[in-house]
Write a protein that binds this ligand. Structure first.
Ligand SMILES: [Zn+2]
Length: 160
């Protein structure tokens, strides 16, 4: 017990009975997550460049997009067009993911990254680190804004 007390001396936490709980990741930790997110983002940017090249129509040199007449007649166009359509949908998903990562980087800049938006006002204590999303989850899903128990609850509600 006295060992614990000694540990807290000099950390400015005396007299704060409920203040021991971390409500934000430290700048060092945020830096660590930033590296993970930036590496993922760069990976996706390169992937998207490759996909865009594949989506180029070889005969016209134009990009295929959802407004293109090609997608309307996909069935008649054969496998080439279907491949392109698949590529397009994949690129769309990746673009969305890229946006999530950019948002996560913004949250790192303003220091709110890693906080479960469901537990921040009313800690549910479903995780040891509540209201912070556990590190392992952030490493696996760096753009997540919910801890896993909350996420699973929401999915259950939606009938997944
Ligand atoms: Zn939570």
């Amino acid at each position: 017990m006295s060992e614990n007390q000694n540990k807290n001396i000099g950390e400015g936490q005396q007299g704060a009975p409920q203040g021991d709980r971390k409500t934000a990741y430290s700048p060092e930790e945020l830096q660590y997550f930033k590296q993970i997110i930036e590496a993922k983002r760069d990976e996706i940017v390169i992937q998207l460049q490759n996909l865009r090249e594949r989506m180029m129509d070889p005969t016209t040199g134009e990009y295929i997009n959802e407004n293109s007449p090609y997608s309307l007649h996909m069935a008649e166009m054969g496998t080439d067009a279907m491949e392109r359509e698949k590529t397009y949908l994949y690129a769309q998903r990746e673009t969305k993911f890229l946006g999530y990562l950019e948002d996560a980087l913004k949250r790192i800049e303003n220091g709110t990254y890693g906080v479960c938006i469901e537990c921040v006002d009313e800690p549910q204590n479903l995780c040891e680190t509540c209201p912070l999303i556990p590190k392992a989850r952030l490493e696996a899903v760096p753009h997540s804004q919910h801890c896993l128990p909350i996420k699973l609850k929401q999915e259950k509600k939606r009938g997944h």
